[in-house]
Design a protein around this ligand. Structure first.
Ligand code: C2E
Ligand code: CA
Ligand code: CA
Length: 617
């Protein structure tokens, strides 16, 4: 792609070009009167110069043709023919050979440096014809034939070198410019158009919507499911490789007219301008989903990856932000409600869901300062004695209009907006304060242990550990006094990031215990335990629920407990809802249990007055 080629000449340049012909004519006529140029009849000068101007105008339209095309060749041919006609008419032909180079420069400037080949070829041809005319006497000359021949050769040699040099220098300059232009508009990792180029194309698509018939273009917002997990488990290089492969596969199933762009992170946006009808749109979506049917080969590791897709239709006069946020809202809905590989078209339902989400996010921003957040505590019981040995702090939002909300309704927006960081700090401080107060009334060997859930966003904070230490100091709580334990879901234990690993170690050094939450729902490997100071594994309730119903689950839970015990970890079973499940867990040697059967999460006051019933569980 040439950046100089096809530049539309400005009005002043145009006027200059138009005035060259008449000026040259005047000069030639004056020189003719002085007998400095050949005394050809005046009409011949008028025809040569006028013809050059008219013919030049006629071939102007081919200025933007591709190098090597007939149009461009014709244009260059006309230019060198004009030069030949004029310079050989004056009788000074071979001496004025550099005029070919000037004409070539103009062509290179207007049609791109690659034009130099055509310019050189036609200039040599013009020069050869002019020289032949001199030799056979059809063109006048002021020199002897031998001189004319020698100077003709010399001139051709010089202008050839000049044109060639101008061409190759121009080409390498254009290549650099093209590369820079490409880089500015493409994503370095995948080579796909970037956000800026997408916005350009979207602008164009929106503009065209009013003018075209058929079905409106659609925009698809794609987001890989659980990409963060891949990144954190296998490392960023593997994550990058996955993105590259996804880009390749998507590119393979889309049509040339579709724009596939990397929007950022693991998000891709596809613009399908030429949709035709609804079936075409559905077929494209099917092909995209099909691209994820096979697992991805990431350095020998076969990984199944799914995608959530949101689709929005481009409407006339719509803003780009509105369009993208509709597609994003539909994608978000697909991800939240559809499971893997699901697609959602933007409609009234997704619009309402998006509005709801925005409301939650903005309300949540004030929840902390308005004291709307509360903590409930669920007892954790020692299996053999049924004694309460600890509590897990569980966050609730006492929403002024919607009542008491569970984390499932606001945790995700809290994570996404980053509000989980200050909220999480509040949770730690508040829970430590409450449990320290309880422990003051209990015998030291009966002190409650406090479990607090951590979000990956919190752990990603560079100064998280210092912040925790500061909070504890401010509350006057020693972590060992409340036997503080942080729970992190399994997927985040397998973090590859050294920063996170260092912080986990530093938390351990502060006297905080670390527990793997929801074990069995992620990669279900305890391989990371050897590198991390983990002391507890919490078996997810999906394994506990079927106990007694399916012997296979019994085997799984037994396997997990044995594995954990072998590497000196304590095991907590979550979600124990029946006495039967409890008994199975006792038999399997589980250490602690938690669940509705043993105590629901409750407000701190309720838990206190209820202490007797806990003792008698
Ligand atoms: P989790 O850490 O696995 O917490 C246990 C969840 O299971 C709680 O849900 C609890 O109410 C519920 N549960 C306890 N026993 C039973 C049972 O016998 N049967 C059933 N069906 N459910 C039971 P909750 O309170 O809605 O919390 C959901 C999740 O939200 C928690 O799962 C935790 O991952 C997260 N979470 C809660 N509080 C916080 C917090 O302060 N910070 C962060 N980052 N996450 C929190
Ligand atoms: Ca937990
Ligand atoms: Ca859990």
């Amino acid at each position: 792609m040439s950046t100089t080629a096809g530049a539309v000449p400005s009005r002043s340049v145009r006027m200059m070009a138009d005035s060259v012909g008449p000026m040259a004519l005047v000069v030639l006529l004056v020189l003719r009167a002085q007998k400095v140029v050949a005394p050809a009849p005046v009409w011949q000068y008028v025809v040569a110069l006028g013809g050059a101007v008219v013919a030049g105008r006629l071939v102007d339209r081919w200025q933007q043709c591709k190098p090597g095309s007939y149009g461009l060749h014709l244009r260059v041919l006309v230019h060198s023919a004009s030069v030949t006609g004029v310079i050989y008419l004056t009788g000074w032909g071979p001496e004025l050979g550099m005029a070919y180079a000037f004409a070539a420069f103009a062509d290179l400037e207007q049609s791109g440096a690659a034009t130099w080949r055509a310019a050189l070829g036609w200039s040599l041809a013009g020069c050869a014809i002019g020289q032949t005319f001199v030799l056979v006497g059809w063109a006048p000359t002021f020199m002897s034939l031998a001189h004319a021949e020698a100077i003709g050769f010399l001139g051709a040699f010089v202008f050839s070198i000049v044109i060639r040099m101008a061409g190759t220098t121009g080409e390498s300059k254009e290549a650099v410019e093209a590369l820079l232009a490409h880089q500015a508009l493409h994503d370095a990792l995948t080579g796909l158009p970037n956000r800026q180029l997408l916005v350009d194309r979207l602008n164009h698509a929106i503009e065209m919507t009013g003018r075209r018939g058929g079905h409106a273009p659609v925009v698809m917002f794609l987001d890989l499911n659980r990409f963060k997990l891949v990144n954190d488990t296998f490392g960023h290089q593997t994550g990058d490789e996955l993105l590259r492969q996804v880009a390749q596969r998507l590119d393979g199933v889309l049509r040339a007219s579709d724009t596939l762009s990397r929007f950022g992170g693991d998000e891709f946006v596809i613009l399908c301008e030429d949709v035709g009808d609804l079936e075409t749109g559905a077929a494209i979506v099917d092909r995209i989903r099909g691209a994820f049917d096979r697992p991805f080969d990431l350095g020998g590791e076969q990984l199944n990856v799914s995608v959530s897709i949101g689709v929005a239709t481009v409407d006339d006069g719509m803003s780009i932000e509105a369009l993208l946020s509709e597609a994003d809202a539909a994608m978000y809905f697909a991800k939240a409600h559809g499971g893997s590989g699901k697609v959602r078209f933007f409609d009234e339902v997704t619009r309402r869901a998006a509005r709801h989400r925005v409301r939650i996010e903005s309300d949540l921003a004030y929840a902390l300062e308005r004291d709307e957040l509360v903590l409930h505590y669920q007892p954790i019981v020692e299996m053999c004695s049924r004694r309460i040995v600890g509590v897990e702090a569980l966050l609730r939002w006492n929403h002024p209009e919607r009542g008491m909300l569970s984390p499932g309704e606001f945790l995700e927006p809290a994570e996404r907006t980053g509000l989980i960081v200050p909220i999480g700090q509040w949770v730690i401080a508040e829970a430590c304060k409450t449990v320290a107060r309880w422990n003051r009334d209990r015998a030291p060997d009966d002190h409650l242990q406090l479990s607090v859930n951590l979000s990956p966003r919190q752990l990603a904070e560079r100064h998280f550990v210092e912040e925790v230490a500061r909070l504890l100091a401010a509350e006057g709580v020693d972590p060992t006094e409340v036997r503080l334990s942080f729970e992190l879901t399994e997927s985040w234990m397998a973090v590859d990031a050294t920063g996170e690993q260092r912080r986990l170690q530093a938390l351990h050094d502060l006297g905080i215990t670390l527990a793997v939450d929801d074990f069995g729902t992620g990669y279900s490997s305890l391989a990371y335990v050897k590198d991390l100071p983990i002391a507890v594994v919490k078996i997810d309730r999906s394994f506990v629920a079927p106990l007694g119903r399916d012997p296979r689950d019994l085997a799984i839970v037994r396997g997990i407990i044995d594995l954990a015990h072998n590497i000196d970890l304590y095991v907590v079973a979550e979600g124990v809802e029946t006495e039967e499940q409890y008994q199975y867990l006792v038999a399997l040697g589980c250490d602690y249990a938690q669940g509705f059967h043993l105590g629901r999460p409750q407000a701190p006051d309720a838990l206190f007055t209820d202490t007797c019933s806990f003792e008698s569980l």
